[in-house]
Design a protein around this ligand. Structure first.
Ligand code: GLC
Ligand code: CA
Length: 533
């Protein structure tokens, strides 16, 4: 069932958007990798979850050095995923089922296999082909043009045969584009138009905060510190991290906003509403608000919850700040607790905590993103070093384990790995213990994580567009945080003791439902509930 908002021109404001990682969703042809026909085949499952839209990570032509975020042709489908006709069928099927479709767009870089980069290598220094990227001569001492470190480790510069270097914030196979060159903007607008014509309803903008660079020819005063500060897996004293993050010369520079103002005009030029969500990991978080000013993008991801502990006080601070900040520009929040770049929430916080947090967030105003497998409560899988493919693992020589653990394919059915994902050998092995977590098993168990997600998403319709949002922080010292909306109470207990709440009717409980007796119910630790007073 889709919510009534899906027909609205602002369907995305409170939409639940399901992220599909195409390579790991469903393999239709037995080659061990998920593909577009596989997605089409499983769209009924997605629609039955009760979500409003899907967002697909890249399935474009790519040498796949960074899970497809290294794009060689953004207007074609990589053969491992199928072809353009398969994309069209997939989008049409989604629409038939009432699902909107968001596709990924990756404007910070191309693959080094893109025709533009190949032409740049041939054309040589000073050419208009090189001016689409950031090519510079080495310093007088023979070192790269500056001392920036790639986000995947190692230098952010790679030298080509004639001695020049090119900038890559990510892998050396992902040369950064020069957004001061109008040809770049033109090309991306063409890509946007291409996918809108194919039926897309919107875009997730990869590294949206990275397009404008400043002081390219100046060394950073602490490149290693900056690189650590940008990694969520490195602990650092907060004040030190904040100071370093305030000095990033390649993220969140003023110039990015001009680009999105111009993109917004382009989005608004189509004959149906086109939305865009920015992946903009910015500091301080209030800077994210600028991306969703009325003449820029529609949503910006909120990453706070991907790293926040399961703690009522922290959750209150982060959620409340986000809601309040966005009021200034009239934008709706987005909530995400898992994606293809971070450890899965069930591993990071624990299985029960993950269910509780999801149930709590589904009640909040705004839009929720659910990463495929999150609804099953999947943990991160153990991946053997020899199977790892994340460039950050390779570039840091194993110091960073990387993101493969969160990208292991979906377990669908049966008792043996790869659990219905593929009739062949899956590209990453599925843990044998996932026999308990398959869609098949969970569909027939009303206490499963999958059943909870379905119930929650169907109840959520009762809260949508209700304006009467009020916090209850009266028991926050005991780890209990609540709010009410549309006459429904939503509470979470991160403490270690049960609390009694005045209630007349229990609507949902994240696990083992408490009974409602004598006008009270008991909220146990690590639980969230929805109820009526
Ligand atoms: C984004 C993507 C991530 C990718 C990176 C470089 O952060 O989500 O998967 O590695 O951009 O494109
Ligand atoms: Ca396949």
């Amino acid at each position: 069932m889709t919510s009534p908002t899906t027909t609205d021109s602002k369907w995305w404001q409170e939409a639940v958007i399901y992220q599909i990682y195409p390579r790991s969703f469903f393999d239709s042809n037995g080659d061990g990798e998920g593909d577009l026909p596989g997605i089409t085949e499983k769209l009924q499952y997605v629609a039955d979850l009760g979500v409003d839209a899907i967002w697909l990570s890249p399935f474009y032509t790519s040498p796949n050095k960074d899970g497809g975020y290294d794009i060689a042709n953004p207007r074609d489908v990589d053969p491992r995923f199928g072809n353009l006709a398969d994309a069209k069928l997939m989008i049409n099927k989604a629409h038939e089922l009432g699902l909107k479709v968001l596709v990924d767009i990756v404007p910070n870089h191309f693959s080094s296999e893109h025709a533009w980069f190949k032409a740049a290598l041939i054309a040589g220094p000073g050419s208009k082909e090189r001016a689409r990227f950031h090519f510079y001569d080495k310093k007088d001492d023979g070192t790269p043009p500056n001392n920036w470190i790639s986000l995947f480790g190692g230098p952010a510069w790679t030298q080509v045969a004639d001695g020049q270097y090119y900038l890559h914030l990510f892998d050396s196979s992902q040369p950064d584009l020069n957004w001061e060159n109008p040809e770049v903007d033109q090309d991306f607008k063409e890509t946007i138009s291409f996918w809108v014509k194919m039926g897309a309803d919107g875009f997730r903008i990869d590294v949206a905060h990275g397009l404008a660079k400043e002081n390219i020819l100046t060394d950073h005063h602490d490149p290693k510190g900056l690189s650590d500060a940008l990694r969520i897996d490195v602990d650092m004293e907060i004040s030190k991290r904040e100071a370093l993050l305030a000095s990033v010369p390649f993220f969140d520079r003023a110039g990015v906003h001009e680009i999105y103002r111009s993109w917004r005009k382009h989005f608004d030029s189509f004959d149906k509403p086109i939305m865009a969500v920015a992946e903009a990991w910015v500091h301080p978080p209030v800077n994210g608000v600028a991306y969703v000013r009325p003449d820029e993008l529609h949503q910006v991801f909120n990453f706070d919850l991907l790293i926040a502990p399961f703690d009522a006080k922290t959750l209150f601070r982060l959620v409340n700040n986000t809601i309040e900040m966005l009021k200034d520009v009239g934008a709706y929040p987005t909530w995400a607790i898992s994606n293809h770049d971070s450890p899965r929430v069930a591993s990071r916080l624990g299985a029960e905590e993950a269910r509780a947090l999801a149930l709590f967030l589904f009640g909040l105003p705004g839009s929720c993103y659910v990463y495929n497998g999150q609804e099953l409560g999947l943990p991160d899988a153990e991946v053997a070093d020899g199977d790892r493919q994340d460039p950050s693992f390779i570039r840091t020589k194993g110091e960073t384990k990387g993101r493969d653990g969160a990208r292991v394919p979906m377990p669908w059915s049966g008792q043996e790995s790869p659990f219905g994902f593929s009739s062949g050998k899956s590209w990453l092995p599925l843990p044998t213990t996932w026999n308990e977590l398959t869609v098949e098993i969970q569909s027939s168990n009303s206490d499963s994580s999958l059943s909870l997600y379905k119930r929650a998403l169907s109840e959520r319709a009762r809260l949508l567009s209700a304006e009467d949002f009020t916090w209850d922080v009266s028991r926050i010292d005991h780890g209990v945080l609540g709010f009410s909306r549309a006459g429904i109470q939503v509470y979470l207990n991160s403490g270690d003791k049960s609390v009694k709440l005045q209630a007349s009717e229990l609507i949902l409980s994240s696990s083992s439902a408490p009974t409602c007796e004598n006008g009270e119910l008991e909220l146990m630790p690590k639980r969230a509930i929805w109820f009526k007073r």
